[in-house]
Each structure stands twice: as C-alpha cells, then as structure tokens.
Design a protein around this ligand. Structure first.
Ligand SMILES: Nc1ncnc2c1ncn2[C@@H]1O[C@H](COP(=O)(O)OP(=O)(O)OP(=O)(O)O)[C@@H](O)[C@H]1O
Length: 620
C-alpha cells in the first residue's frame, strides 16, 4: 500500500527517547497509512452527542480548562480534553495555534487514539494509563512533528480512565514543567469528580506537612470499606486500585475512623494526618421548583477501561445465542440474580455483534430520577419545558443509534413509562418532548432484570405487551451456587490473583451460598489475597467466619466441613448451650479467644484465624 503524500512516517523516535515511546512505535509499526491519512472528524451533531454523554466530565473539568486555557492562550498553546476513546471533545487556548493544529487534525471531533494517529501524547497516555510528553519527531506521523504535546489521564475513583487532558504547542517551544502541570490539573479534575460522591471521604496526607505528597482521598462505604481512591491515596498507601477497592479501610489505616479529626497511622506505623468528611445530605427539592435537568448518573456511554472478565464455560454458550439473536434483529432479555454478570454479558454481546462499531448505552432503569425520565430517555427540543437546557437534548435512546441499548433493571421501570417505551420500541421512532417530528431509531436491544418479570406481569406491575416485546430471546444467567465446577472456578480465580487455596478452603468457599454471586465472590477473594499475600496456601481456618457455613446450619449441628465457626475455640466439655444459634456460637468463640489472649485483639484474631479488622467489626 502506498503512503499518501501528506503522511510521511518519521524515521523513529530520538535515540534518547524513553522506552515507552519506542514501545508505542512498535505498536504502530503495522498501522495502515490510509487510515492514518484520514482523520475522519465526527460531524458536528455527533460530536454534540458525545459531549452530551460526557457532560459530567466536561462540567468537572471546566475550572481546570479555564485556568489552563488562559495559560495556554498566553503561551500560544492549546488545551484539549479527550474522552476515554481518545476523541477530542473540547479545546481552549490560542486561536493562532488552533489554526495550525487543525492542519494536522488536532481538533475536536477527531480521535487521537494510537491506532488512528500513531504515537502521540493523547493516544499513548490512553494506552499506557500514564502521563506522557511526545515531542516533535517522537510523533509517529511526520506531519505531527510540528507539535509538542503533554497528556495525562483523568482517572475515576475506581481506576478507570475517564478522559485525557492535553496541552499542545509548537515543537520549538518545549518547557520542562508543562507535563507536571497537566498531570496536576488532570488529578484535580479527578478529585473534583470524586468529591461529588455522596459517600464519606477520608482526606489525608502521608506525614505531617504539605511537602509529603499530594492530597490523598479515600471514599468509604457504610461498612468503612474503600469504595474509591485518588492517585495520591494509592501513593500514600503504596497500593493500587485493584488491591484497595472493596477492602476494609482498617486494613490499611489504623485509627478511629468514625471521628472527624483522628490521629491516623499507616499499617507500617508511619503517621498520617487526616480527617473524615461526611458530605451534607442533599437538600430535598422544594415541591414548587422546576425540575432542573442534570447529568443522568444512570446512563453510561463509557467504554469499560478495565478488561471485562472473559466469557467462560457458563457464559460462552449464552453469549453465542445472544449474539445470533441480536444480529437477527431480536430483543435479548437477560435474567439472573444480582451479580450474575448480566451487564458483563451485555457488553460482550455488544462487542461481538454487528452493532459493535456503534456506542453501548447502558441505562439503569431503577436509577432514573422519575421527574427526568422522559426527557432523559426521549430527549427534548430547545425550551421544551421550564429548566430545560437552552440547546435541547438528544436523549439516551438516540444516543444508542447504531449501537446497543442496554436497559438494566427493566423491572423497575414505572408503568407509565413502560407504555411510552413500548410505543417507541414498536414503532422504532422517538418523538422528543416539545417536537412534532419523529426520529427513526436503529439499535440492538438488550434488557436485564434480577426480578421475575413474568411474576411482575401477573401482579400487574409490568406490562405484558412490553414483556413479550423485550424477550424475543430470554436467557437465564445461573447463580454461582448452580455452577457444577464452582470449586475449580474459585481455585482458578484465586490463582489468577497470585495465591493458592488449600483443598479445605476451596471446598468451604464452594459450599457458600454467594447471594451476591460474582460480585461477592471476587470481593472476598481479593480481600483474602490482601490478608494472605504470601505463597502459602490459604486454609479454611483463615476464611471469614461467615463463609463455608450452610445458610441454615443448625445450632450445635456438626458443620459440613472445617471452618473457623465450625471449630469454636472453647475448651473440651465447655460447649455452649445448644439452641443458642450461629451468631451466639460465634460470639462465644470470640469471647473465649479474647479471654485466652487477655483482651489482645490482634492475638485473638490470629487465634480465631480471622483478620483483626474483621474481629473489630464483629465486636461493634
Ligand atoms: N464470568 C465472570 N467472571 C468473573 N467476574 C465476573 C463474571 N461475570 C461478572 N463478573 C463480575 O461480577 C460483578 C457483577 O457483574 P455484573 O454487574 O455484570 O452483574 P449483574 O448481574 O449485572 O449485577 P446487578 O444485577 O446487581 O446489576 C462485576 O464486578 C463483574 O466484573
């Protein structure tokens, strides 16, 4: 294939350029020059849809874009914000440089992902999940050697890339501090998004002074488990998101977390200074106030930055059936208990179906705010109602055009809305609020529910006609307890985390009921691995006390296998009174262990084979 005249690949990165740039060049070696030659900007209307889908990110980034944009303007640079696919959503800064940048398609509506523009700061930062500067001839495309670009990822509180912040200027004006500045701004945007969470927040620093690293933030759920973290927190705790999320905060930080100004310590004893911030409850909206449109937290167009769990022996046949059905124009309905992987399967379906080049729009019907449902789903014309955005909105259904619409928790959709949705699905057209025009719709439809929709129909809580419209191909995702290969599956999953399970632990885990299915199982396994980082296989005695017990274990009845609660630490002959229940047995074992260890909680926990934080929790 001939290289188009405007696209000369440069001779390669400078010899002193870092390994990452060489690696990026190696990734780009086989790129199709024809693809590279055609930046293929999104039409304005489609770009607006992408911006709409990212309005939360754009809103959070606004103060940083403004501050950095002013600097960039003065320095004849531009600031760019790209989404998690590398598509540039927004630009600020110097007009004269914007014009130059446009000549090489560095402009909103163009994707700078590596496979489309070769080695470049946005694409390479996106690929590596790390900030990077790509200067002059380090760019894969010769035409881009006029640029010096600095890009940093913006991470969500759970480590997914939400977007990329970039500052670009002419190659003959490189300044060393710029990358650190962009990285700092990107972290500021991430903190802004994290700070909007309704969860409690632990705000801390390593050491006593401001010189000890950044402003670390942890989000804590009601059980004081870590639900989110910023990059500074990872640094302060010497951890990564994978190891932190879902673990009890007490596993990482010692100190009374329930107070506001607490003396805290990292587990190696290094002091932390911090405080717990409890966000104020959202004030109730006064009845008379018009409903103000706001970003729909219930919908996402975001590609999963974390890899999806690969289809396995159980989900692969379901996936095949679903893809065949969707490609044949049928609606797919996924049913299964919570955490059985309905959303994961739906993303695989999208990725394998003929709709894969279009968006994946997931709508959580249970979380759609009732007063916004119609406008969020169907869109509206400018000025359609009081409080509407001036420019109107396309609505989520139209955002799914050409892709897959995933209606999660469909059983929770209010009846009135079911009627409208049915009409839209039957007619394959939507009429935005305030408009007299109908817009044709074309997407693949996948719905999911953890509820028995047939029973809801029988109770009159779900429209029968909508039910039949959604379930051309109904598929049931089995709960974990129905997996014949559960012990082997758990063993393999734990090995993938780098650990080993002894046979008794494997079997105790396989006997557990797992009401939270994959979500619960993986949370327990990750926690276990944190508590037992070494190579020694974990024994059943080290499992959390509530694992491995049949849900209806009779008090005093012999347990179905070894496990900590099955072997309460009491002297022979001092068995607790029969009929005291599982909790009482556990309580008794804890009291005995504490007594034997003169109240030393750490030693008692070791004796019971559970983690100290678990014992603290049980003592509350
Ligand atoms: N086959 C699998 N192997 C490993 N992990 C999985 C698998 N399927 C799902 N998971 C993990 O389990 C968790 C729950 O998955 P998912 O959100 O798809 O379930 P769901 O059925 O949609 O849950 P809910 O009904 O509560 O929304 C996710 O963290 C996902 O990564």
């Amino acid at each position: 294939m001939q290289t188009p005249p405007s696209i000369h690949l440069t001779m390669g990165p400078r010899p002193q350029a870092a390994t990452r740039i060489h690696q990026s060049w190696a990734r780009c070696a086989d790129l199709d020059p024809a693809l590279l030659a055609d930046p293929n900007p999104l039409p304005r209307a489609d770009l607006d849809v992408r911006r709409e889908a990212h309005r939360h990110l754009l809103h959070a980034a606004e103060p940083s874009l403004e501050a950095l944009g002013a600097l960039a303007d003065a320095a004849h640079n531009v600031v760019l914000l790209a989404d998690a696919s590398g598509l540039i959503l927004h630009e600020r800064g110097s007009r004269s440089f914007q014009d130059k940048a446009r000549r090489v398609a560095l402009q909103p509506g163009v994707s700078w992902a590596e496979p489309l523009r070769g080695t470049n700061a946005i694409g390479t930062a996106l690929h590596d999940g790390r900030a990077v500067r790509i200067h002059g001839a380090e760019h894969f495309l010769a035409c881009n050697s006029i640029l010096s670009c600095h890009a940093a990822p913006i991470f969500s509180a759970t480590g997914e890339i939400l977007g990329i912040l970039d500052l670009s200027g002419p190659a003959d004006d490189m300044r060393d501090y710029v990358l650190a500045l962009v990285q700092r701004m990107a972290r500021g945007i991430a903190d802004q998004i994290l700070g909007e969470s309704p969860l409690r927040r632990l705000d801390f620093r390593l050491g006593q002074g401001p010189e000890n690293g950044g402003h670390a933030l942890l989000l804590l759920d009601d059980d004081a488990r870590i639900a989110g973290a910023n990059e500074a927190a990872l640094h302060a705790l010497d951890a990564d998101w994978e190891r932190l999320i879902g673990t009890p905060c007490a596993q990482w930080i010692d100190g009374p977390l329930h107070t506001r100004d607490a003396p805290l310590h990292r587990h190696d004893g290094r002091p932390l200074t911090g405080r717990l911030i409890v966000p104020p409850r959202m004030p109730a909206r006064p009845a008379s106030a018009p409903p103000a449109p706001r970003p729909a937290p219930s919908a996402s167009l975001r590609p999963e930055a974390r890899p999806l769990p690969a289809p396995d022996a159980v989900s692969a046949p379901l996936l095949d059936q679903a893809v065949r059905a969707l490609d044949a124009g049928l609606a797919v309905l996924l049913c299964g208990e919570t955490g059985t992987g309905k959303e994961v399967l739906s993303r695989h379906i999208h990725a394998r179906s003929t709709w894969r080049d279009g968006p994946f729009v997931a709508i959580n019907c249970a979380a759609l705010p009732e007063h916004l449902v119609e406008s969020e789903l169907f869109g509206y014309e400018p000025g359609a109602f009081t409080g509407a955005r001036r420019e109107g909105a396309r609505g989520l259904l139209r955002q799914a055009q050409g892709g897959v619409l995933f209606l999660d928790e469909i059983g929770d959709m209010p009846l009135a809305l079911q009627t409208r949705l049915l009409r839209v699905l039957q007619e394959r057209e939507v009429q935005p609020l305030g408009s007299d025009k109908r817009v044709p719709l074309s997407f693949g439809l996948v719905s999911a529910s953890h509820q028995n929709l047939k029973a809801l129909v029988a109770q009159g809580r779900f429209r029968a006609d909508l039910y039949y419209r959604l379930q051309d191909m109904p598929l049931q995702l089995p709960p974990l307890r129905d997996r014949h290969d559960l012990a082997a599956f758990i063993d393999e999953a734990y090995r993938a985390l780098g650990g080993r399970l002894a046979a008794d632990a494997r079997h105790a885990l396989a006997r557990h009921d797992w009401p939270g299915n994959y979500r619960e199982l993986f949370s327990v396994l990750r926690r276990l691995r944190c508590q037992h980082p070494g190579p020694v296989p974990v024994m059943a005695g080290s499992l959390p006390v509530d694992i491995g017990q049949p849900a209806d274990a009779a008090p005093g009845a012999p347990a179905d296998g070894p496990g900590p609660a099955a072997e309460p630490d009491h002297p022979p002959g001092a068995r607790p009174h029969p009929g005291t229940g599982l909790r009482a047995l556990e309580r008794h074992a804890i009291e005995q262990a504490l007594q034997a260890c003169q109240g030393n909680v750490s030693r008692a926990a070791r004796r019971l084979g559970i983690h100290r934080s678990t014992l603290y929790r049980k003592l509350k």
